[in-house]
Design a binder for this molecule. Structure first.
Ligand code: NAI
Length: 404
């Protein structure tokens, strides 16, 4: 494929903020509503040079087998589980996503929940809906001057830290990595100290072996009596039965949960949790990162990664390929992008083939990872078909693309 020709197919109603960046590649853009069935998906995959999806479209082995032209997949979401990344890599197909475009949305929801919990709004709201006017300051607090303990001081944790300090909170945090404190935040000595010092504990760690049930009966017992817990990270970080018991005993004063150990796959499925029915618990259906602003930010982030890949060959942000970035080509230069199996001698054979065609190489950058290598060559203008034909004869070649 030469960039400036070909088709980008967008599925699943991707936010239009992507359009300008994708149109900048010169490729034709086709938008399809919804996520197609398996047969239609294979058809689209066979027509597209770039396929843009969200989380519902499953790109498995059989779809990738049908995708002869495809050189990139844009996952306009956070995760990439819906794509068989290994097979995509074996086909030299770059996969991009937007891991941090919804950070702010999660931080804002957390902040709002924190205020709601300290003011006992879930209870007051339930009272009002059942016709009870309970005007009382009992158990209701300002957040100003209270201590927020953030577990996992990464992208979301640090954003939350800044927002909470703006409300006058004292912020402490715990992380497995030594992190630079933002603003006036301070690291806690360890998780136990954080739990015992915080009025509100907010979890922002990933799902790992170490974070599985990291907040259970013992840790809940280490919290301040009547403290609050927020989990907008991953469902299996908190032992929900232990939390239910701690809420019932009053050890924990209230909680907000956006994520659950088992989440329904679709809106039709029934949702159950041991925390249901408690008026001091805020439950939301994993919507921490779901805002229109986050959708637009995701569209811009993945759109710009695809734009750079298509116009320059940059894979620096691809999740499944060797990461190669090279400055923009010099004027009049052509750029050859070559994915090949990582075995000795391929580069030498490429050099020989290009020398045989009298092609002058001006810049070269190679990166290998596992079985795969990716080399970018900037060359004087070439006869594209002839160069592709010669390089294709190298048996380890997986995919060639030229940018002119
Ligand atoms: P991040 O990778 O930037 O930060 C995570 C932090 O947790 C890192 O600083 C890491 O060192 C730390 N950490 C890892 N293991 C730890 C442990 N055992 N103890 C203490 N700290 C530990 O991630 P980011 O973007 O801040 O996201 C945090 C969580 O929020 C992730 O689980 C993510 O999946 C979840 N999330 C939830 C969303 C929602 O809709 N509710 C949306 C976006 C993210």
């Amino acid at each position: 494929m030469h960039t400036q020709s070909g088709k980008i197919i967008l599925l699943e109603g991707i936010h239009e903020a992507a359009d300008e960046l994708l149109a900048g590649t010169g490729l034709e853009i086709q938008r399809i509503q919804g996520s197609p069935d398996a047969a239609r998906l294979k058809e689209y995959a066979s027509e597209a040079d770039v396929l843009c999806i969200r989380s519902r479209t499953q790109i498995d082995h059989s779809v990738l087998e049908a995708a002869n032209r495809l050189c990139a997949i844009g996952c306009f979401c956070i995760g990439t589980n819906q794509v068989d990344l290994k097979i995509a890599a074996e086909h030299g197909i770059a996969v991009f996503n937007a891991p941090f475009s919804n950070t702010r949305s999660v931080a804002e929801l957390t902040l709002a929940e924190l205020v709601m919990l300290l003011r006992r709004i879930p209870q007051r709201n339930a009272d009002m809906h059942s016709g009870q006017w309970r005007k009382s300051a009992s158990g209701s607090h300002e957040v100003r001057g209270r201590t927020l303990g953030i577990v996992g001081y990464g992208h979301i944790g640090t954003q939350l830290s800044v927002l909470a300090e703006a409300l006058g909170m004292r912020v402490i945090y715990h992380d497995i990595i030594a992190k630079l404190p933002i603003g006036n935040a301070n690291p806690a000595r360890d998780l136990e100290s954080l739990l015992s010092e915080s009025d509100v504990v907010s979890l922002h760690v990933p799902a790992t072996q170490a974070t599985r049930n990291m907040i259970g009966e013992r840790e809940l017992g280490q919290m301040k009596q009547g403290g609050f817990l927020i989990n907008n990270a991953r469902g299996n970080v908190v032992d929900l039965d232990a939390l239910a018991a701690a809420l019932d005993s009053g050890q924990v004063g209230g909680a907000a949960l956006d994520v659950f150990p088992e989440e329904p796959k679709s809106g039709d499925a029934k949702f159950t949790t041991p925390l249901a029915g408690r008026t001091n618990v805020l439950l939301t259906p994993h919507i921490g990162g779901n805002t229109l602003e986050a959708q637009a930010a995701i569209a811009r982030e993945v759109g710009s990664k695809l734009n750079r890949f298509l116009l320059e060959g940059a894979t620096g942000t691809a999740v499944n390929l060797p990461n190669v970035d090279l400055p923009s080509r010099g004027p009049g230069q052509h750029r050859i992008l070559h994915f090949h199996r990582n075995v000795p001698g391929v580069l030498g054979r490429m050099h020989t083939a290009l020398a045989g065609l009298n092609v002058n190489i001006n810049a070269e950058f190679l990166q290998s990872s596992g079985d795969l290598s990716y080399v970018i060559l900037d060359v004087d203008p070439i006869e594209i078909e002839t160069v592709h034909e010669e390089l294709s004869k190298i048996p380890e070649t997986i995919r060639i693309r030229t940018i002119i």
